[in-house]
Write a protein that binds this ligand. Structure first.
Ligand code: DC
Length: 221
């Protein structure tokens, strides 16, 4: 069974995807972590984010591995654990640039499909999982929420991770990322192709229950 969960930053999709996967006892795939890992390496190797060839070389030579656990995703790049480093504000920003690079997307989409085939059943979370990576998924969801609410969630997460930023900085960063993410290479599904859930006024556990209900219905058809 393949379930896709797409949506903008701060829509709650990572937490929801993890919980749904745990309830169904299937794998969870955090595809944003793969894009983050490539961006992190570009920053480490001082590759200019406008240097297409440099970025492509990085993605081709990288060995990314993921361990998506019930609370956190551990990310290894060429054998080094970069799980915390990829969550910095600098990496956030760089990721939304490199994710626009078609060659990067091609390589990572290929890796995601391979992982999907190996795992068999999974909840895959990102921006293009239902539209590009797994167009034949059994159930597709898009989570959304208004930008203030998304910024509030991100702000609390970052405070909990000890990242020192103001709410306004987080809000501004989200605005920039929304602009970059809504590009043709990471199309979010349109209404009708997926179940769209506005999470602004819902608790995480309520969203999880709604999704599980839909998955049950999809499985009975
Ligand atoms: O979901 P996230 O915040 O970890 O995603 C990090 C960045 O990667 C964000 O800028 C969107 C991009 N991304 C993407 O373009 N396609 C995906 N499948 C997943 C993430």
């Amino acid at each position: 069974m393949i379930i896709t969960l797409d949506g903008p930053a701060g829509s709650g999709k990572s937490t929801v995807a993890r919980k749904v996967a745990a309830r169904l006892q299937i794998a969870y795939l955090d595809t944003g972590a793969m894009y983050r890992a490539v961006a992190w390496k570009c920053l480490q190797e001082s590759v200019d984010l406008a240097d297409h060839d440099g970025i492509i070389e990085i993605v081709r030579e990288s060995r990314i591995s993921l361990d998506c656990g019930p609370t956190h995703t551990r990310v290894m790049m060429d054998g080094q654990d970069i799980s915390e480093a990829i969550r910095s504000m600098e990496t956030n920003q760089a990721t939304s640039f490199i994710a626009r690079e078609p060659a990067v997307r091609r390589v990572l989409v290929e890796q995601q499909r391979r992982l999907g085939a190996e795992l068999g059943s999974l909840v895959s979370e990102g921006r293009d999982q239902g539209s590009v990576v797994f167009p034949h998924a059994d159930a597709k969801f898009v989570l959304d929420a208004d930008i203030e609410k998304r910024a509030e969630r991100r702000f609390h997460e970052m405070c909990a991770d000890g990242i020192d930023l103001t709410f306004e900085q987080v809000l501004e960063n989200l605005r920039l990322r929304d602009g970059n993410d809504q590009c043709q290479w990471a199309p979010l599904l349109e209404p009708g192709q997926a179940i769209i859930i506005d999470t602004s006024k819902l608790r995480i556990d309520e969203v999880v229950e709604i999704l599980l209900e839909h998955v049950k219905t999809a499985c009975n058809h």
